[in-house]
Design a protein around this ligand. Structure first.
Ligand SMILES: [Ca+2]
Ligand SMILES: [Ca+2]
Length: 335
């Protein structure tokens, strides 16, 4: 029942008095995400397990508003894990089908044949930025920064299967993909050793883009936020071993080894919380717990009839207001 404006009318019959309240309201929904800074150094996996046990998960940070809610103590100058990591096992050793795995441009899916022909030491996510693949003169595959200008290989589908076309004009991977999609089928799809040899044989002198790419980084809670807040120069994947992300006091993100021990930020998602502002006109004493409880019971019944489920209600009267209520009550001469 989000955002519905309702008219409420209450009649509470108690011992010796009549209560009327008449009000219109629009519920105000509060963000219920809370972040918790945990000052216990541990590695990334331990941190994720800790957050999942005590709260919801390691912190997902979706926007600047989330950053403003982090509430990290300012004296804590160490790195704190957040829920972002790159799933190394999904791209380094095999062509599996996880969020960070290699995909072919034409299908935007992982290989159906599991064929790969990585050059020695590749893929390595060099500099924390290499997620597009080129083929060398030996037929070996290497991941490169996508914005590098290289030759490329497109393919066409025909009755005999695939035929490959070498494009000697140097383009970024995205430009090459756009070109191949416009004039051919797509950037080269390589499904087996024969395909690979066909592509290699076109390419005698240099590196050429093929259709393989991947999307790095996954949030621990599987949310799909694209927001990033990397520190300058990050991610840099120093020594090829930085696949987990921690934030610093300035909320900027750093890729760092997953086995390092850092403090952590968890998030906790509560239930939707709404504030109903209800204006009451009454000759009843609202400070009397029996009266206020009865009003809540009637309000619950009414909201249930309106289709609300799984909710609880409580009074949130400010002390000053409470005094006014009392004063108004005595002015009216209520017993
Ligand atoms: Ca590389
Ligand atoms: Ca780093």
């Amino acid at each position: 029942m989000d955002g519905h404006a309702l008219i409420l009318t209450f009649v509470v019959l108690g011992s010796g008095f009549t209560f009327f309240a008449h009000s219109s309201y629009s519920p105000i929904h509060l963000p219920t995400r809370r972040y918790h800074y945990v000052d216990i150094p541990m590695n990334f996996t331990q941190a994720r397990d800790y957050c999942r046990e005590k709260f919801t998960d390691l912190a997902t940070i979706r926007n600047l508003e989330d950053i403003s809610m982090l509430n990290r103590p300012t004296m804590k100058k160490d790195l704190a894990w957040i829920g972002l990591s790159d799933d190394v096992k999904s791209w380094k050793t095999a062509l599996v089908n996880d969020a960070n795995s290699w995909r072919w441009s034409v299908t935007e899916q992982t290989s159906k044949t599991n064929y790969s022909n990585w050059y020695m030491g590749e893929p390595n996510f060099g500099g924390g930025k290499q997620v597009c693949v080129g083929i060398n003169v030996y037929g070996g595959w290497t991941d490169y920064i996508c914005s590098a200008a290289k030759k490329s290989v497109c393919f066409d589908t025909n009755a005999n299967g695939k035929s490959y076309v070498f494009i000697s004009t140097e383009k970024t991977w995205q430009e090459a993909q756009a070109y191949c999609r416009e004039y051919h089928t797509d950037l080269a799809l390589i499904e087996n050793a024969e395909d690979n040899e066909a592509v290699r044989s076109l390419n005698a002198q240099s590196i050429a883009w093929i259709g393989l790419y991947r999307v790095p980084w996954t949030w621990s809670d599987k949310s799909s936020s694209n927001f990033t807040n990397w520190a300058s120069g990050s991610p840099d994947n120093i020594d090829g071993d930085e696949h987990c992300v921690a934030e610093y006091l300035d909320s900027k993100w750093h890729d760092t080894p997953c086995q390092d021990e850092n403090t952590l930020l968890c998030h906790e998602d509560g239930k939707l919380k709404s504030i109903l502002r209800v204006k009451l006109q009454s000759d009843a004493d609202l400070t009397d717990e029996a009266v206020s409880t009865k009003i809540l019971q009637q309000m619950s019944t009414l909201l249930t009839k309106q289709g609300w489920t799984d909710f609880s209600l409580r009074w949130n009267i400010q002390p000053r207001k409470l005094k006014e209520v009392k004063a108004a009550g005595s002015d009216c001469g209520v017993k």
